[in-house]
Design a protein around this ligand. Sequence first.
Ligand SMILES: Nc1ncnc2c1ncn2[C@@H]1O[C@H](COP(=O)(O)OP(=O)(O)OP(=O)(O)O)[C@@H](O)[C@H]1O
Ligand SMILES: Cc1ncc(CO)c(N)n1
Ligand SMILES: [Mg+2]
Length: 476
Amino acid sequence: MNCRPEDMLVYAVTDRAWLKGESLKDQVEKALKGGVTFVQLREKNLDRRLFLEEAATIKELCDSFHVPFVINDDVEIALASGADGVHVGQKDMDVKEARRRLGPGKIIGVSCKTVEQAKAAEAGGADYLGVGAMYPTDTKSDTSQVTVETLKAICRAVDIPVVAIGGIRADRIQPLKGTGADGVAVVSAIFGQPDIEAAARRLKETAEMYLGRHRRRKTVLTIAGSDSSGGAGIQADLKTMLANGVYGMSAITALTAQNTTGVSGIFPVTPEFLAMQIDSVFSDIRPDAVKIGMVSSGELIRVIAERLSYYKAENIVVDPVMISTSGSRLLDEDAVGALKELLLPMAAVATPNIPEAEVLSGICIRSSEDMVRAAEIISREYGCAVLCKGGHRLNDANDLLYRDGGFCWFMGRRIDNPNTHGTGCTLSSAIASGLARGYSLEQAVERAKEYLSGALEAMLDLGSGSGPMDHGFQIP
Ligand SMILES: Nc1ncnc2c1ncn2[C@@H]1O[C@H](COP(=O)(O)OP(=O)(O)OP(=O)(O)O)[C@@H](O)[C@H]1O
Ligand SMILES: Cc1ncc(CO)c(N)n1
Ligand SMILES: [Mg+2]
């Protein structure tokens, strides 16, 4: 599925009729600042050259806000502008033909009024449905109304996200509560308002109030050590998960007596007790993703691998913690083999720092090229994606993701902050949070780096050593 329920929450459809002298770009930017989660460019009579120009402009803007962008009806403009997809009506191009032309990676939305139309659209490959008109609307005069009961029946009948559309305003959202709709698509309730940004924000708050509750909060389990100073380990993980919009849970592998200057003691739990913690969580609240941090011994690693395999855990992020920022060994040397053979093959992604990547790959890393080679060796050897983190480099904070034979760089501006305790724990937990919420690995890494940079830029300065970050920083 290329789009997620949360993308539908506030779906803005443009309408040139509301421009009133400002550009469409300015209007859409205000809507994006107000928090709209999806944008559709709808043009019915615009010259095609201008249509394409407008589409390319809005696409660039939406990309900068990480908001999906589709074109109404016109597949060719969608392809030419690089839009994320199209939205087609019942009288427009058939969804299967649209899929044939757009390919698997694009979003296709389909307008529906009945359960039969909805099921046919889903079967044809639609990624979401637009259902309406829920109320009388000026935007589309030739459309009949859909009842709340029909909307509810459609939401029950399909698994793909559903957005309600047609004459919707903030004061008309409450009747949609409990239908299962994932959000509302609006035109004049945003673009026809004097303060577009404020209108978008009010719609989002109202939609979250009445429609957000049925979308289950995503959950993430961290299996890691406790850092008494709160800057790394499960403490950093849980703070990071909260800040990244998921519900965090923890199974503790070891207690560490630790602060910003070092680790003065490690008290591992027994394998039996670690298994009990994992079982307690999975038997009651299934995690949508799992982050594995500090695991000090091979026997604890074996228990984790066995339990996660039993539960068929998904979206596993393995942070191969070996040495703390303060230089203390956190993984027994004889456990490296178990980590490689048992945990890496289960991982959606492993996130070694440079020293850890050297241990796992067996090569020295002195350059960007070495980072690529090391990540490739680990990825090919253990079958997982590998994000080789660049925090230990001097001039930048670029991280290298290697997966399926290809690689890409995530550029990071070097932040002049000596307090980097827990950066690795924080990044891997933020990645797990993104995977739990349905982002792709690349999107999850990008959002995680954005979060981490903000938490570093907050310049928290605690302790006499390399201090923790400000996890309370919220990304937009
Ligand atoms: N000074 C910095 N400025 C910007 N980003 C940084 C900085 N230091 C680290 N990072 C980023 O933080 C993330 C973690 O990288 P790092 O190499 O610090 O991991 P780590 O050594 O495993 O951390 P930890 O010591 O917490 O285990 C990476 O995305 C890296 O690019
Ligand atoms: C408990 C714990 N896990 C991970 C790290 C890595 O920084 C740390 N310092 N402490
Ligand atoms: Mg680390």
